[in-house]
Design a binder for this molecule. Structure first.
Ligand code: HEM
Ligand SMILES: *[C@@H]1O[C@H](CO)[C@@H](O)[C@H](O)[C@H]1NC(C)=O
Ligand SMILES: *[C@@H]1O[C@H](CO)[C@@H](O)[C@H](O)[C@H]1NC(C)=O
Length: 545
């Protein structure tokens, strides 16, 4: 009896593994199926035979009788112990924000001469190509969450330059929510799940926004037509901060970088998002496009100001919660980022990728605002928690060249600098620093006001939104969002909106009044099965009586 079961099982494995690629049924299947759903079928086409003999993680060849524990001593079976205990430990902490994403490889190509402004090697030499890795992400959703929600979507790009890694971390709206890095933790708490109810809770979010009204401008963007892009390919991306850059003479310039989509930009309404109803819509769209050879690309440009221009401004160009005013800067093309290869292993590349805005190169000293300073610390700290202290030695994060005095720690340590001196300074020819004669002598010190300025939000409503339809949809989305929150808090939102713009406040108030009079939506339709005459108690649990 036992022998026959084993035989039947083997036979099944062998037949399944021998369907060949000349099978017209398989070809037809491949032809009509999207890339994301035929990945394994394609693997098999490339590997018409099993790719090798199965082993344990320590390399012991696995014998056929070890692939079941039934009717055997399971604790004599190292394959079983290996498999079970490895799967117990296969998760690492998800990112505290931007947990769900998808990564792709590609390259950056310089298209314009920007040597006047920055000496960064990666941006100089028309036609020069630099490999990049990009990670597209949601913001408040957890790993495995829903792509189709209204929130800032992210794109992080790591340039593997000859002068070290350069990372840009961007979101799809050009303003940020706050300018004090101390707001990061409470902002994220209020935007993510309620710790008691487990669900996303607009009360927390609106409470925080009204307590810290600098958030309002960003919230208007998110609740407007610009709040939910139609997939990762159809959005622009902004690192937002004002970066200092310098040329080889040490002259400084102030820039905001922009990644402008060559696919055009498109957005989804909440209704359309509900109709699509695919929680993996963004990941699927990007993956399929790249597999189909439809490589998405972004032009990298910078909005630029000179030091003289900076002195003439009547607004703070370092303020993350506002846009630069029209007519105060010029826009300069740099190059193009193209993603032409899906990662062949998302955990290895995407989940283990560690982007840090503090990863900068000579010619880009970077931003000096306080949020940026907070981020220099926060990302490094998060990566150590999530990936270990040697996260920059993980393949996807490894720069082209490094020589360090850091040693040891949680693996991977790689060659651990072998027998080189492990302290600096030393007399034994360990690595030494270099001198950059064009490094700017002093850095601008900026004063950041904590006064709340509602002007950028008012400008967004009155000028950036160009049609009545856009304004009405902003009002409607806001009304839907504040409908479930306590009345006192609704009044606070309306008061803040009215302070920003009277028309906006009035319309939200009216919309809310209307919405409160609407009957509640009908309960969802459920499947209830007819009662059956049965004494079988299992059936009684499933059929109503
Ligand atoms: C005080 C301000 C901020 C703090 C403390 C902060 C902190 C963090 C942390 C801890 C992560 C998770 C990192 C990881 O585990 O790998 C993260 C991810 C991210 N942040 Fe921020 N952030 C801030 C502001 C911003 C801003 C202004 C932007 C964009 C303009 C931004 C864009 C991103 C993106 C795109 C990711 C995902 C990176 C990836 O794909 O791995 N963040 N942030
Ligand atoms: C694949 O699809 C195309 C277009 O639908 C069709 O012309 C072609 O005959 C199909 N090939 C196979 C092998 O089914
Ligand atoms: C806004 O909501 C009102 C009330 O539900 C509705 O009549 C109107 O069509 C909506 N406007 C838009 C642009 O969706």
């Amino acid at each position: 009896m036992k022998g026959r079961f084993v035989l039947v099982f083997c036979f099944y494995l062998i037949t399944v593994n021998h369907v060949t690629c000349s099978d017209p049924e398989v070809l037809e299947y491949l032809n009509r199926t999207q890339p994301a759903l035929r990945q394994l079928a394609e693997f098999k086409l490339r590997h018409p035979k099993p790719i090798g003999i199965l082993t344990t993680s320590a390399g012991k060849l696995v014998e056929l009788r070890e692939i079941t524990t039934l009717n055997s001593d399971s604790f004599s079976n190292q394959y079983f112990i290996d498999s079970l205990s490895h799967s117990d430990a296969e998760r690492i902490p998800e990112r505290v924000v931007h947990a769900k994403g998808i990564g792709a490889h590609g390259y950056f190509e310089v298209t314009h001469d920007v040597s006047k402004y920055t000496k960064a090697d990666v941006f100089n030499g028309i036609g020069k190509k630099t490999p990049v890795f990009g990670r597209f992400s949601v913001a408040a959703q957890n790993l495995g969450g829903n792509d189709l929600v209204r929130e800032q979507k992210g794109l992080a790009v790591k340039f593997y330059t000859r002068e070290g890694n350069l990372d840009f971390l961007c979101i799809h709206i050009p303003v940020f929510f706050y300018k004090d890095p101390l707001e990061f933790a409470p902002f994220i708490h209020s935007a993510k799940r309620n710790p008691r109810s487990t669900v996303f809770d607009p009360t927390m979010r609106w409470d925080f926004v009204t307590k810290r009204p600098d958030n309002l401008h960003g919230q208007l963007w998110i609740n407007s037509d610009f709040g939910l892009p139609n997939g990762y390919r159809k959005m622009n991306q902004f690192p937002i901060h004002t970066y200092e850059i310098n040329n080889k003479h040490g002259e400084k310039f102030y820039v905001r970088f922009n990644f402008i989509s060559n696919q055009g930009i498109e957005f989804l309404s909440d209704e359309t998002a509900r109709e699509i109803g695919d929680i993996d819509y963004f990941n699927r769209d990007l993956y399929n496009a790249i597999e189909n050879g439809d490589y998405p690309s972004w032009n990298l440009e910078m909005d630029l100001m000179t030091m003289d221009g900076l002195k003439k401004l009547d607004y703070d160009p370092f303020d993350l919660t506002r846009l630069w005013k029209k007519g105060t800067y010029k826009t300069i093309q740099i190059g193009r980022v193209i993603f032409n290869q899906n990662s062949d292993n998302q955990f290895r590349d995407q989940e283990q990728s560690a982007f840090n805005p503090g990863n900068l190169v000579p010619g880009i000293p970077g931003p000096m605002d306080n949020v940026f300073r907070g981020r220099r610390f926060s990302y490094r700290d998060a990566h150590t928690h999530r990936l270990g202290v040697n996260h920059n030695k993980i393949e996807i994060n490894k720069p082209l060249y490094y020589k360090v005095y850091d040693r040891d720690g949680v693996p991977p340590v790689r060659e651990n600098m072998k027998d080189a001196p492990n302290y600096y300074p030393n007399s034994f020819n360990g690595p030494v620093p270099y001198v950059d004669p064009s490094r700017p002598k002093e850095r601008l010190v900026i004063y950041e006001s904590n006064a709340v300025d509602l002007e950028p939000a008012a400008e967004f409503y009155n000028e950036f939104l160009q049609t009545e339809g856009q304004r009405e949809r902003l009002v409607n989305t806001t009304v839907r969002s504040i409908l479930p929150i306590p009345p006192e808090l609704q009044r606070r939102v309306i008061r803040l909106y009215t302070l920003t713009d009277e028309d906006l406040g009035t319309r939200v108030a009216e919309g809310l009044k209307r919405a409160l009079r609407m009957p509640p939506p009908p309960p969802p339709r459920v499947i209830r099965l007819n009662p059956r005459n049965s004494n079988d108690h299992h059936r009684q649990h499933y059929y109503s009586t």
